[in-house]
Design a protein around this ligand. Structure first.
Ligand code: PEP
Ligand code: MG
Length: 876
């Protein structure tokens, strides 16, 4: 017997997502729980994978099982596939484990041919309906299964409608029949085949086309962006058709059990009367809000609302449902967890916990840490908004504000974005083919389509601002422009969108950061109760430290002291220090910098009252602070009254072939101890000064880029000597720590030795990645994106920690360090500290804290909590 490739809906359930795909498992579960679902069956994702394994052939036994399942459908519906007297028609839909909205293909009304079309016309007593169903089927089948350019069909349709003079619904049965015949001619011409009359041949080809769409460009792009594995495969759902376009007592719609933009608890959705399935999603006509259904078909609405809430309770989560009303009878076509904005995710999780549907830990797990990024998204500066004129308003499809240059073509959006331009993609409506352009754009604007249109759903998923259905816009692809009234925006002109209000402005506008909601604060407090790993911030100036503290940072994990060197005219003293020939000259220049550093440190200590502040001694190669061209060198020499030739020679002498591996890090402080001495003095004098004000100060001095214990030792001794001097002078003792960064493989390997001196470790995973992978931080941008695209590396290792490689160094360094000093405090302050997947790994390795940029602190807090919940689950 061959493997089971086909499951009737009644044979599956919600746990079978891997095998049946999300859609298949969803309809199976609905069927099982008694929700009205048109009968059907699912071809497994394994069948899709095997189809590819055996050279794009149906796996053995699949077709027989499909035929048997079709017989079952015939029994259940009382209709017969291909029988003109009472034809069974089916939809063939894709459905992978993870929802990929609009990225794969679907064919509707399959089973129609000349004979069944006439049969359908008689049976429904509605020739226009039958002709329209046939027209749609030929069009979809031609485009999706036979690969004919969809534009050619659209062109014919557009002409028949008098270029916007008439609607789809105005076309007569005769006109529609003629259009379908023209379509068949186009198919003959373009695909070189006759449109298949045999329903089973149609079915076989459609199933193969859905398998193929798994590897279509947009599906592959979507998987790459959303990190969905290529190996999952798609399920294929074959479901008996129900029709939302059988008159004014029929409709089709999409709804969420709660508002996916705001999280508001009322049912939210849209529907179109007398329309078929994909019309809503494709945004062809702008639909009606679901509240209207309550007025026009109150009984159907009541049943729908009951089922919607039932599904939400059943799944303990917001559902995104598709439904069709066929002559007053409600059918549910699909249910899945609703995609939502970051703001909605937080509100829904908190509300569901308050309603007792889920517990706090589940609420914490429900919010994707990346989604918090959206909450922290900029909004248009309210001051600038006061004087700005709104060009027009569309639907607020996805929140956040952004400006960019107008572009009208997705390829062009991608090209320009690759050159570093900010672009806003403007389309009449978006199609899945436009996905790469949407990825590249800052924001998306469409003239047509509703809140559940393709543009809206995809933009929300990506957390990009989107305004949809701005009906006053006249978009011309030919002129590459859009106009509203007398205003015209051309390609390259700046526009600003507010995806939270739907407003559109000409020109670029300033933006401000949003305020965080009470729900957000509550969810974060639950995360803090659960997590065991600390979260600090990388902050160099007092202002950043304050922001970090507001976001919940529990200290500063890295202050890069050199970032203060560029403020005001400090750079002059820094340059003087670098160009000095003698120790005395250098000390004199350092003496000018010391009070400035001290006052910065005081600011940091005050902002972090009661919390630890890790300050790193000077790290970057010195030439980074020097001028490079002759003109600048001359200006600098003139400033110091020095000989320009001498300055030039000095600058030349500091140039390095490989500065990242050159004279930097602790090497600077070892060769020029007076630099470390000055910085240590500034740190401890600042500590003493704020202590006298009553600030609870916890300084931690960190030595960078150590590879040998013998490098750390002299620096540590120097820091302690200065501390003792400052404390003796002030008559105050302040507890402090001296530790090191672990950012060279040798440091991780010899961590047991290093921990003999270091009181704490902080993994500098930026440099550790660079040095472990032999991958330059500054030059990898040229090829790393291609590496990721071609899956040579799963992720950019500078964004997400390379667990197999660099991760081992982190783990080993931590273990070896703690073998010498069991209470060694270990953190990480590379960029990975704000990356959710990396944070989970650091938790598992047992680090005490991660440190990341202030805006990523909430993300790290949430990810750390989720990691702790993961532990608890594993322990059970
Ligand atoms: C690191 O290397 O990870 C680090 C935090 O230091 P920097 O990025 O300043 O080199
Ligand atoms: Mg570093």
């Amino acid at each position: 017997m061959s493997k089971k490739w086909v499951y009737l809906f009644r044979e599956g359930d919600a746990t079978m997502r891997d095998l049946l795909g999300g859609k298949g498992a969803g309809v199976a579960e609905m069927t099982r729980t008694g929700v009205p679902v048109p009968p059907g069956f699912t071809i497994t994702t394994e069948a899709c994978n095997t189809y590819y394994d055996v050279g794009q052939q149906f796996p053995e036994g699949l077709w027989d099982q499909v035929i048997a399942a079709m017989k079952d459908l015939e029994v259940q519906t009382g209709k017969t596939f291909g029988d003109p007297a009472n034809p069974l028609l089916v939809a063939v839909r894709s459905g992978a484990k993870f929802s990929m909205p609009g990225m794969m293909d679907t064919v509707l009304n399959l089973g129609l041919n000349q004979a069944t079309r006439e049969g359908l016309a008689q049976l429904t007593d509605n020739p226009r309906f039958a002709a329209d169903a046939y027209r749609r089927f030929v069009q979809l089948f031609g485009k999706i299964v036979l690969g004919v350019d969809g534009e050619r069909f659209e062109h014919v349709l557009d002409e028949a409608k008098g270029h916007g003079q008439r609607q789809d619904t105005d076309l007569s049965a005769e006109e529609l029949t003629k259009i379908a015949e023209t379509f068949k001619g186009i198919i003959r011409e373009e695909a070189g085949v006759e449109f298949p009359e045999d329903p089973y041949e149609q079915l076989r080809e459609a199933i193969a086309a859905v398998f193929r769409s798994w590897n279509g460009r947009r599906a592959r792009d979507y998987r790459r962006i959303n990190k969905i594995a290529d190996s999952l495969g798609t399920g294929v759902n074959v479901q008996s058709m129900v029709f939302g376009n059988m008159g004014n007592d029929s409709a089709t719609g999409v709804a969420f059990t709660r508002n996916p933009s705001t999280g508001d608890s009322a049912i939210f959705g849209e529907y179109l009367v007398n329309a078929q399935g994909e019309d809503v999603v494709a945004g062809v006509r702008t639909p009606q809000p679901i509240s209207r259904l309550q007025e026009t078909m109150p009984e159907v609405y009541a049943e729908f609302a009951t089922i919607a809430k039932q599904l939400e309770q059943h799944y303990h989560d917001v559902q995104d449902v598709e439904f069709t009303i066929e002559r007053g009878k409600l059918w549910m076509l699909q249910t899945r967890a609703g995609k939502r904005t970051g703001a909605a995710a937080v509100k829904i999780a908190v509300d569901l916990a308050h309603e007792g549907v889920i517990d706090k830990a589940t609420a914490v797990q429900r919010v994707d840490p990346h989604a918090l990024d959206q909450l922290l998204h900029p909004m248009i500066d309210p001051e600038a908004r006061k004087t700005a004129t709104v060009l027009t308003t569309g639907l607020p499809a996805s929140p956040g504000a952004a400006s960019g240059k107008a572009v009208f073509d997705p390829d062009e959006a991608e090209l320009l974005a690759n050159t570093g331009e900010k672009v806003v993609l403007i389309r009449v409506e978006t199609a899945p083919e436009d996905f790469h352009g949407m990825v590249a754009a800052q924001a998306i604007l469409t003239a047509r389509g509703g809140m559940t249109s393709h543009a809206a759903v995809v933009a929300r998923g990506m957390g990009k601002p989107c305004v949809a259905g701005a009906g006053e816009l006249r978009v011309s692809y030919a002129d590459q422009s859009v106009s509203v009234g007398s205003v015209t925006i051309r390609k390259g002109d700046w526009v600003t969108l507010d995806g939270g209000t739907g407003e559109i402005f000409a020109g670029a506008m300033p933006t401000v950061e949003p305020e965080l909601s009470e729900d957000f604060a509550e969810l974060m407090s639950w995360a803090d109760e659960i997590r065991t790993m600390g979260v600090r911030a990388n902050a160099d100036v007092p202002n950043d430290a304050e922001v970090a503290r507001q976001f919940g940072a529990e200290g500063i994990g890295l202050c890069r002291t050199e970032h203060m060197f560029f403020e005001g005219d400090r750079i002059d003293a820094v340059r003087e220090m670098i160009l000095a020939d003698t120790v005395e000259e250098r000390r004199a220049a350092l003496a000018k910098i010391e009070p400035l550093q001290q006052s910065d440190f005081e600011g940091l200590f005050r902002a972090m009252d009661g919390l630890p502040v890790t300050i790193r001694t000077l790290d970057p190669p010195l030439h980074e602070f020097l001028p490079h061209d002759d003109h600048e060198i001359e200006a600098l020499a003139a400033k110091f009254g020095a000989d320009p030739r001498r300055v030039k020679i000095k600058v030349e002498s500091l140039r390095e072939a490989n500065p990242m591996l050159g004279f930097r890090g602790c090497r600077l402080g070892i060769i020029y101890p007076e630099i470390t001495e000055m910085q240590a003095r500034a740190i401890f004098k600042a500590a003493v000064a704020v202590k006298r004000e009553g600030v609870d100060v916890h300084p931690e001095v960190m030595i960078p880029l150590v590879g040998h214990l013998s490098e750390l030792k002299p620096q540590e001794e120097l820091v302690r000597k200065v501390a003792a001097e400052v404390f003796a002078e002030a008559g105050i003792e302040i507890p402090y720590l001296v530790g090191t960064m672990i950012e060279l493989p040798r440091a991780a390997l010899t961590a047991d030795e290093i921990a003999g001196v270091a009181e704490f470790f902080s993994f500098g995973t930026n440099d550790l990645t660079q040095t472990a992978l032999g991958l330059s931080r500054d030059d990898a941008g040229r090829f790393l994106p291609l590496y990721v695209e071609r899956k040579i590396m799963a992720d950019d290792p500078f964004q997400t920690i390379d667990q197999r490689g660099v991760g081992q160094l982190v783990q080993m360094g931590t273990e070896r360090g703690r073998s010498t000093r069991p209470n060694l405090k270990v953190g990480i302050c590379g960029e990975h500290g704000g990356d959710p997947a990396s944070v989970v790994f650091f938790h598992q390795v047992g680090l005490n804290y991660v440190s990341c940029s202030p805006y990523r602190v909430p993300i790290a807090r949430l990810a750390a909590a989720q990691a702790a919940i993961g532990d608890a689950k594993r322990d059970k």
